[in-house]
Design a binder for this molecule. Structure first.
Ligand SMILES: [Zn+2]
Length: 424
């Protein structure tokens, strides 16, 4: 990805650096050749050359670009489970994924970790973004997801011929689990996404279903993935599924909906991050009837919403790490609404705006495995920056309004926002 050359000084507002520390008033950020070289009070800024580019945020906020930690670039207008796989041909889904990535960047998300993708689209989308062929967040790819035969992603009886082979590698037993991971290794993924537990959205399994993968299959996935330097995460709602995944050595937990004391202890012992992806549940309850979701499914989403909010609070209060990401791409939870997850965690779950912003920046970068060069505005980090007309540290809702973005910056280059050149 192209880096800006020369020096840029951004000033004229407060700085939230992503570490969770309170915002610094009258701050300045200095970027040299795409890398942060100073972040702090303007009064203490080292003298800069006359030739430095200057950006005044006019009383606004300088903060790290946001990180979407559960991004499905290939999901688009999903209204039923089979839409995850066969709604459109792969050629069109590839273009949709590029459009979703562009939108995410315009929404202030300078980085994202895929939570699963049709075929290897996210792997190649990542390459296209890195090569500046198409704009988007810096990606960490997952490729296809792994699920046991008859599990959450294999609800469809054979006569319907739905398959799901675009999105999911279905496995029976540890040997097939190992083979599936080896396939993903060749595909070039970095995070292996699995389905240890059920979900209210499926007809044959529910939120408390733990047999979508056996413990042996999960162990085989982790051992093979770790052998190849990959990380493993999983869709974990049910209590026992969460503890099994953690005992199997998972590197992250998606949802973590019904975590109990044992699960929390296991999570904290290895500092395993959790991505609740919870606003999805609220909007599913509110808008599900419009899209024909059954009462059983809506009741399941309500239970997941309440349980998930309680678990997320417990994890953060106990010193655990939460990532912000939202399973966007469903018909009632479309791409572009990413920042609604952030407001939801303040308004509904009860976290502070500063806590949520740290989860959405620093922790997100750590989940990507990029904590060393992304996620905070500190000396030596890549200059992925969001300049906002407003104060997200006291009113996180401003992040939902793209017209408030002065600039979305990657490596010092303005990519979106008011300052971006209009598309030609
Ligand atoms: Zn997901």
């Amino acid at each position: 990805m192209r880096m800006e050359t020369g020096t840029t000084v951004i000033r004229g507002g407060r700085l939230f650096d992503g570490t969770g520390a309170a915002a610094v008033a009258d701050a300045a950020l200095v970027i040299d050749d795409g890398v942060v070289t100073y972040a702090g009070p303007e009064a203490a800024m080292p003298a800069q050359s006359q030739g430095a580019r200057r950006i005044d945020v006019g009383g606004g906020t300088i903060m790290p670009g946001l990180v979407e930690a559960h991004f499905h670039p290939t999901y688009f207008d999903v209204a039923a489970l089979e839409d995850l796989d066969i709604k459109y041909p792969v050629e069109y889904v590839t273009l949709l994924a590029a459009a979703n990535a562009r939108l995410a960047l315009q929404c202030g998300y300078t980085a994202a970790r895929s939570g699963g993708s049709l075929f290897n689209i996210d792997v190649w989308l990542k390459k296209a973004i890195e090569n500046d062929l198409t704009p988007g967040p810096r990606l960490v790819a997952s490729g296809r997801e792994i699920c046991g035969v008859g599990g959450l992603m294999d609800w469809n009886p054979d006569f319907r011929r739905i398959g799901m082979d675009g999105l999911v590698l279905l496995v029976n037993g540890p040997d097939e689990a190992r083979a599936a991971v080896r396939k993903l290794v060749k595909d070039g993924v970095e995070w292996v996404k699995t389905y240890p537990t059920g979900d209210a959205a499926a007809p044959d399994v529910n939120d408390h279903h733990t047999l979508c993968m056996t413990f042996e299959e999960m162990r085989a996935v982790v051992a093979t993935a770790h052998n190849h330097g990959l990380k493993v995460t999983g869709h974990c709602r049910a209590t026992e599924g969460i503890t099994n995944a953690l005992k199997a050595g998972y590197d992250a937990i998606e949802h973590g909906t019904f975590i109990d004391d044992e699960g929390l202890e296991l999570l904290l012992a290895r500092d395993v991050p959790c991505v609740p992806a919870l606003y999805f549940e609220k909007v599913s309850v509110e808008r599900g009837p419009e899209f024909g979701l059954s009462q059983r499914v809506i009741d399941g989403h309500q239970e997941t919403l309440d349980g998930g909010a309680e678990s997320a609070r417990r994890i953060l209060r106990a010193g655990g790490r939460l990532g912000m990401g939202g399973d966007y791409g469903f018909a009632w939870n479309p791409h572009g609404d990413y920042a609604k997850e952030l407001s939801f965690f303040v308004d509904f779950v009860g976290l502070s705006a500063l806590e949520v912003l740290k989860c959405a920046t620093k922790t997100g970068a750590e989940i990507m495995g990029r904590g060393h060069d992304l996620g905070t505005l500190q000396k030596g980090k890549l200059a992925d920056v969001l300049l906002v007309d407003g104060d997200p540290t006291t009113n996180i809702g401003v992040l939902q309004d793209r017209s408030r973005f002065i600039a979305v910056i990657q490596g010092g280059v303005v990519k979106a926002g008011r300052m971006a050149a209009p598309a030609g």
